[in-house]
Design a binder for this molecule. Structure first.
Ligand code: NDP
Length: 331
């Protein structure tokens, strides 16, 4: 068995020295436990926060202990009622090839007819984040303009597609011409704007002739400063993330206050967990939209357990398109 532990706390984007591989024993499952083989492991931006020794909504990772995150795995051995070997499960688990855990720390997936990585993307935490934040806080109405940043990513791509389903005009902000083209050509966005281009501000202004009613915030910093110049009266801003700040040593704000007053806009931070009472409903609706072809889920897959650090860094270099996943096993 192998695991990856946090060797030291990162300064900026986590380099290889932050991660350490270790060979470890595999425990056989005790009563009520399962031995689970990791098949797909998710890397997510919020894990960067957990690498710091700072109080937040999620506990900091401990030095010399395995990193952890969402995993789709197969039961290799069951010593628990209701599970048998071969069952596909998902849960938050340590970065190990095999985990021995109590059966109540994972859930069986509702269907194995869909690609299993979807339980880490659109049918998992990122999809629920998009659904919950957009519909509960953004509340897009037909004909309104919705803008989303990190638009080609796991959360942003779903935000834009749900906003289209709700009849909004959708503008996505992403880095580079290829990603921007993907938004309009493959995901059905009305416009894509490249924040890395020199004419970003002009192109954004052109893309929102009627102003912005909903801004789904994933990025923060100077990308969003431009967005805030176009807020309509009573605009809504679900604040999901601020990825431009996660590795940054600069002060990235806040600098939105005067713009909120002028527009009387509502800006509300949220965590996906706050929508858990509606999670079943959200899962069913997202699955239905996928089945109907109304939501497409792009995925970037790195192959091999040893690719976890690189895959994690892809989130901050923008090398991923759609959800970044690591495939660990063919099980
Ligand atoms: P993505 O799949 O969107 O991957 C991250 C993307 O962010 C990259 O592909 C890159 O795209 C963009 N990015 C990275 N660094 C920067 C930067 N400095 N400036 C601008 N863009 C950058 O990740 P997720 O969809 O998983 O997460 C998106 C956001 O949602 C994150 O901020 C995350 O923390 C947040 N989140 C919040 C949750 C909550 O409960 N509140 C739950 C889940 C996610 P590009 O090439 O376009 O730059």
């Amino acid at each position: 068995n192998e695991q990856i532990v946090l060797a030291k706390r990162p300064d900026g984007v986590p380099g290889d020295e932050v991660f350490r591989y270790e060979e470890v024993e595999t425990d056989s499952p005790g009563v009520g436990e399962l031995l689970i083989e990791s098949v797909y492991i998710s890397v997510d931006p919020y894990m960067r926060g957990r690498m710091n020794d700072a109080k937040s909504y999620a506990e900091p990772f401990k030095i010399d202990e395995p990193l952890a995150g969402h995993v789709v795995g197969k039961v290799a051995e069951s010593n628990a009622d209701g599970f048998e070997s071969g069952d596909v499960v998902t849960g938050a688990l340590p970065w190990k090839k095999f985990n021995t855990v109590p059966s109540d720390s994972v859930d069986k997936v509702p269907s194995t007819e869909v690609p299993l990585y979807l339980y880490l993307s659109t049918l998992g935490m990122p999809g629920h984040t998009a659904y919950g934040g957009l519909l509960n806080i953004g509340k897009p109405q037909e004909g309104e303009t919705v803008v989303v940043s990190a638009a080609s990513g796991a959360v942003g791509s779903v935000v834009g597609q749900i906003a289209k389903i709700k009849g909004a005009r959708v503008v996505g902000i992403a880095g580079g011409p290829e990603k921007v083209k993907h938004l309009t050509d493959n995901l059905g966005f009305d416009e894509g704007v490249d924040y890395k281009a020199d004419d970003y501000a002009e192109r954004l202004a052109e893309a929102v002739p009627d102003g912005i009613d909903v801004y789904f915030e994933n990025v923060g910093g100077s990308v969003s400063d431009e967005v805030f110049n176009h807020l309509n009266r009573f605009a809504r801003i679900p604040v999901c993330g601020a990825i431009s700040a996660y590795n940054s040593k600069e002060d990235n704000g806040p600098r939105v206050q005067t713009k909120l007053i002028k527009s009387q806009a509502l800006m509300q931070g949220f965590l996906v967990g706050q929508f858990k009472d509606d999670a079943k409903n959200a899962s069913e609706q997202l699955a239905k939209w996928i089945e109907e072809g109304k939501i497409k889920s792009e995925v970037s897959i790195e192959e091999g357990f040893d690719k976890l650090p690189k895959a994690f860094r892809n989130l901050f270099t923008g090398e991923n398109l759609g959800k970044q996943i690591v495939k660990v096993s063919d099980a």
